[in-house]
Design a binder for this molecule. Structure first.
Ligand code: F6P
Length: 353
């Protein structure tokens, strides 16, 4: 792009901490280095359908000189978490043309980036994607914006629950997000000192889980336990409840009910569903760091004329990868034989099987 070109930016899919920090990085670099105009598209493709955009300037959100974008959760642009109908596709392309943008940067998960890159190919847009999701399941990047903050939030919750669990000899079951992937549960479970971590990627048995709790109690005199349950886990191998009695509750409650049925001794359980608390909050230092690095690199890729690429974090460096490749490999699950699962097991955490 040349001087005075028009760059669009949007956020798509579920929000997470760090989105505003990415927007800030893009606006600052595009303005200072390239003298481009940056426009925010509200509510992702909805904004394109409605031909809406907001001019974004450096420091325009400052409060007494403080830039809130760096530390504010959510997204100032708004986001949507639903797909568009086929009929809407042509209207989105027409909307993009009507806004007279020269290029677009989208911050999204694998689903949003895939759809937008397909639109970009159809409409001949110059397009760069930036990965974000607390689930951290976008392939080809070791980190997506938002994951680190969510891991910290869950770890903090586990710390808090540990003390109340220990005071009452209770088993605390904590259900965490992640959709079909267990990255959040695995990272936060290890960091937060969990005794059990259940993941969608590894099958487990209630019998083995209860044996593990009994061993904690009898061998190590640990009378309480912390169980982290990923929301996407499947039914236990030794499901004690017949399928017509299957609870319609969340997986955390299901595990609490299951161990109460299987345990040879009475267990006092409590369930916490962390829910959207995991999506809120002030972005961590690491999320701000990758937000800055991703935003800067995305702008440079546009300047170089690249398109349909996603910025990615690999071994401490920011690289770019084709969005088509990312799409083929996403969503990226936990490796059941990976270092972190082995680390958890080595530390005496029950991680299934
Ligand atoms: O993909 C991010 C995520 O937070 C998942 O972990 C969770 O299952 C889902 O979004 C919740 O989506 P919604 O905001 O639509 O309830």
């Amino acid at each position: 792009m040349k001087m005075n070109q028009r760059l669009g930016i949007l956020t798509s899919g579920g929000d997470c901490p760090g989105l505003n920090a990415v927007i800030r990085a893009v606006v600052n670099h595009a303005t200072l280095t390239y003298n481009w105009q940056v426009f925010g598209i509200p509510y992702a493709t909805q904004g394109l359908l409605e031909r809406q955009m907001i001019p974004l300037h450096m420091h325009s959100f400052d409060l007494r000189g403080i830039d809130p974008l760096l530390s504010m959760g959510g997204t100032i642009l708004g986001s949507i978490n639903k797909g568009n109908t086929l009929e809407e596709m042509d209207d989105i392309l027409a909307g993009y043309a009507a806004l007279e943008l020269d290029a677009l940067i989208a911050i999204g998960g694998d689903g949003s980036l895939t759809i937008l890159s397909q639109l970009a190919a159809k409409g001949n847009w110059q397009f760069i994607g930036i990965p974000k999701t607390i689930d951290n399941d976008v392939a080809l990047t070791e980190r997506a914006v938002g994951f680190d903050t969510a891991v910290n939030t869950i770890t903090d919750a586990l710390n808090r629950l540990t003390f109340t669990a220990a005071s009452h000899d209770r088993v605390m079951v904590v259900e965490v997000m992640g959709r079909g992937a267990g990255h959040l549960a695995l990272h936060a479970g290890i960091a937060g000192g969990a005794d059990v971590i259940l993941l969608p990627e590894i099958s487990y048995s209630l019998h083995n889980l209860c044996n593990h709790l009994a061993e904690l109690r009898n061998r190590w005199q640990r009378r309480f336990a912390i169980i982290v349950v990923a929301e996407g886990i499947h039914a236990a191998q030794d499901e004690p409840i017949s399928s017509d009695q299957k609870p319609t509750c969340g997986r955390g409650q299901y595990i609490a009910d299951g161990i109460a049925l299987c345990s040879p001794y009475p267990i006092d359980t409590r369930v916490s569903v962390l829910g959207h608390i995991q999506r809120g909050g002030i972005p961590s230092a690491f999320d701000r760091l990758i937000a800055a690095a991703f935003g800067k690199t995305a702008v440079d890729l546009i300047a170089k004329g690249c398109s349909n690429q996603m910025v990615a974090w690999q071994q401490g460096r920011v690289v770019s990868v084709p969005i088509d490749q990312m799409r083929e490999l996403s969503p990226c699950p936990v490796d059941p034989n990976g270092d972190l699962v082995q680390t958890a097991r080595a530390l005496g955490i029950y991680v299934g099987e």
